[in-house]
Ligand binder design. Structure first.
Ligand code: ADP
Length: 733
């Protein structure tokens, strides 16, 4: 190889990567390359190949770049080979050190392709000068307190200067490039910041909107809770309220939130068990669903509520709904249904009883009517002996009275049930009333074939003038009913009646009751029978008892009358041994009664009616004839009026009429109106109502109207005569 004409460059580089990179570039420019990993190897290579250039790194092991350079420049054969230093040129000392060691040029790291090529081209182009210019200039300089002795040819100095300049230019370009890059980067960054800022602003905006939405929903939620119809609360697990809404305060009737919140939830429960159950379920299941509880309101009212609650950690919260009204409505409906059911049962029972009653009634009515019609037919026989005639007449009369009593009872129970009966309380001489009843039953006893039965009256007070305030006729009616039964159902032994003062009875501690009793040694009643005999139309039904007559009304009437008198009735009885019926009335003693006993008229005292004018106002021919017949023996003068108008006219024409017997129900003008008219003309003329109505209300009507007295049909001759006598005596004693 022609050593002068070769194209080889020796590289000294300890980093194989850097060496390869440089080699690759140099090869691409058309140079051949040989490299050593330090100065020493490179020196050997230079000696061997005499390259066109040596490019050396500065810091290397064994022999650094400066030393290699010095050795090259000291070598006669090699000194004209340009030595190029590879430097980062960060320190001015590097240049001075380069100049001092005799380097020809340097390449600044990092180098780019273009810079390297131009640099190498200019070195190789000026290489011949290096050979020719051997005249060295020696310069001693001091730099940064260090002495440098530089001995170089002009070309070397120029090369170093140029490469420094080139390096500076390259660096400046690099700086400009970097600056441009920085600018671009800065611009991009600014753009990005702008974009980011915009994004952030949008994000902030969105965040704001979300916050507002949350605030609004919180507001709505709070509003909802505050204005909710159900009570909302939260509380500690100990039951201390931490929040309650208005609805709860209002529901539990507290005047304000401040007065409500200090109390514990436990104190609101009415009963302890309810309270314990609630907290037990809550602790166990951490929630309570549809728990029904009774709470006490601030005004002391019971509130039925449904509670739903949840326990979270140490607090629980929930809702309370007031269902008091609903519960009350349900309860009302339940009671109403119960009542309906009872009413339906009663209606069915009453229906059944009515059928039985109709059967009984038919029997009870037919029996006396059968007797009446039968015996009436027989009496008509002219050959009938007087004795039998008397017996038949007595039978007819008994049957008629039975029929009458039956009709009275039916009417009475109907009136009692429609609450048309009024109690007329007045002074009642109790012992006298009971004595009268005793006399009447004692008289009948033998007639009824009960002569062997011992009959007694025992009064709790022996004073004949002992008087109480009550309705004497009703007391009489009840006792008579009970005595009739006692005689009916007793065949031997005794019957006793009377009264005590019930102060020793537990049910009346005040001792303000009279307790009547009717005791017999009759057939008695079983427990079952005792249950129902006070219901209307109820009779003890068994084969044996069928022999007893009766409609099953007497006790029902008695029970209703007792209750109207503010008392109670009950029975103690044993089958086969007998029964005792008791009833009470309030004891209202009339103190120091005035002795004004109604004077009873004896037959001897009856006034003579001979020649006295009596007007009978009666539209029914038979009834008129009956009254006339009763009075036939008295030789009174009987006038007749067929209606109210005739009666008034008769009184106007005949001013010597001394008494009027007035029917009430008549055509054209009734008895009330006629009496009023008569009283207008003759105020003192006694008018006695004679009516088929036997009820008390009619009596009241009679009292309200201007009647002087009242007689019930069928009129008993004795009573008629007594009443007429009484009023005539009053007028003309
Ligand atoms: P009546 O006697 O007209 O049938 P009551 O209402 O007076 O109707 O009596 C109802 C029923 O009570 C009677 O049919 C009878 O079975 C029973 N009873 C009433 N009083 C007595 C009594 N003193 N002893 C036994 N049973 C009686």
């Amino acid at each position: 190889m022609d050593k002068e004409q070769n194209n080889l460059i020796v590289i000294a580089e300890d980093s194989p990567t850097q060496a390869e990179k440089l080699k690759f570039l140099l090869n691409s420019f058309g140079y051949e390359v040989a490299y050593g990993i330090n100065g020493r190897q490179a020196f050997e290579l230079a000696k061997k190949y005499l390259p066109i250039m040596i490019i050396t790194d500065i810091i290397m092991p064994e022999m650094d770049g400066y030393e290699l350079c010095r050795k090259i420049k000291a070598d006669e054969k090699l000194r004209q080979i340009p030595v190029v230093l590879l430097t980062v040129l960060t320190n001015s000392k590097d240049i001075l050190n380069g100049l001092e060691c005799g380097a020809d040029n340097y390449i600044m790291k990092p180098y780019d392709e273009k810079y390297l090529l131009t640099h190498l081209q200019s070195i190789t182009a000026n290489r011949h000068i290096l050979k020719e210019d051997q005249l060295k200039t020696k310069i001693d300089i001091s730099f940064s307190n260090k002495e440098y002795s530089i001995s170089l040819t002009r070309l070397q100095i120029l090369g170093m200067l140029l490469s420094t300049y080139q390096g500076a230019v390259s660096k400046t370009r690099e700086l400009i490039n970097t600056q441009e890059e920085l600018n671009t980067l800065n611009f991009t960054l600014e753009q990005k910041i702008k974009e980011k800022t915009r994004d952030l602003l949008i994000e902030v905006d969105a965040q704001k909107q979300i916050e507002e939405a949350i605030k609004e929903s919180e507001h709505k939620y709070r509003n909802l809770i505050e204005n909710a119809l159900v009570g909302v609360f939260s509380s500690t697990s100990e039951g201390e309220f931490t929040f309650v809404n208005e609805a709860l305060v209002n529901m539990l009737e507290y005047p304000s939130m401040l007065e409500f919140t200090p109390r514990k939830i436990q104190s609101l429960f009415i009963n302890n068990k309810n309270n314990t159950d609630f907290f037990n379920v809550l602790k166990k299941k951490h929630q309570v669903k549809n728990f029904e509880a009774e709470l006490i309101s601030g005004t002391g009212k019971k509130k039925i509520v449904i509670i739903n609650a949840q326990l979270k950690g140490k607090t629980f919260s929930g809702m309370i709904a007031d269902i008091t009204d609903r519960k009350e409505a349900e309860e009302k409906e339940r009671k109403y249904r119960e009542k309906l059911f009872v009413a339906k049962e009663e209606a069915e029972e009453s229906n059944r009883l009515k059928s039985t009653f109709l059967q009984n009634m038919s029997h009870e009515i037919r029996t006396p009517i059968n007797a009446i019609t039968g015996f009436s037919g027989l009496i008509a026989d002219p050959d009938l002996p007087d004795e039998q005639k008397k017996e038949f007449i007595s039978n007819i009369s008994k049957s008629s009275l039975n029929l009458l009593s039956l009709i009275d009872n039916i009417l009475l129970i109907a009136k009692l049930e429609s609450e048309k009966i009024k109690i007329i309380s007045e002074k009642c001489f109790l012992n006298r009333t009971l004595a009268d009843i005793y006399t009447s039953f004692q008289k009948d006893k033998n007639k009824k074939g009960k002569g062997s039965i011992e009959f007694k009256l025992k009064t709790g007070n022996k004073d004949l003038d002992f008087a109480v305030l009550t309705d004497p006729s009703r007391v009489n009616q009840i006792i008579s009913n009970l005595l009739s039964n006692a005689f009916k159902f007793t065949h031997r032994g005794s019957i006793e009646f009377g009264y005590t003062f019930s102060s020793d009875r537990e049910k009346d501690k005040n001792g303000k009751e009279i307790e009547f009793y009717v005791k017999d040694t009759g057939i008695g009643l079983s427990e079952d029978q005792k249950e129902y005999i006070f219901e209307r139309f109820r009779k003890v039904e068994n084969e044996k008892e069928k022999i007893y007559e009766g409609t099953g009304l007497g006790l029902a009437i008695s029970k209703k009358l007792v209750s109207l008198l503010d008392g109670v009735i009950w029975i103690e009885s044993e089958v086969g041994k007998g029964s005792t019926f008791y009833f009470t009335i309030p004891l209202q003693v009339i103190e120091k009664p005035v002795r004004e006993i109604k004077k009873k008229i004896t037959p001897a005292e009856r006034i003579s009616l001979r020649g006295r004018k009596i007007l009978v106002a009666e539209d029914n021919e038979l009834n008129y004839l009956l009254l006339k017949a009763i009075m036939t023996g008295t030789e009174a003068e009987i006038l007749c009026a067929r209606d109210g108008i005739e009666a008034v006219e008769s009184c106007m024409v005949n001013d010597d009429i001394e008494i009027v017997l007035m029917d009430i129900c008549m055509p054209n003008m009734d008895g009330y109106q006629a009496t009023k008219e008569i009283k207008k003309i003759r105020k003192s003329l006694p008018v006695i109502a004679v009516t088929a109505y036997s009820m008390n209300d009619e009596q009241i009507k009679s009292q309200e109207s201007e009647f002087d007295d009242f007689l019930t049909k069928p009129v008993k001759p004795d009573i008629l005569m007594d009443t007429i006598s009484k009023h005539l005596l009053k007028r003309n004693p």
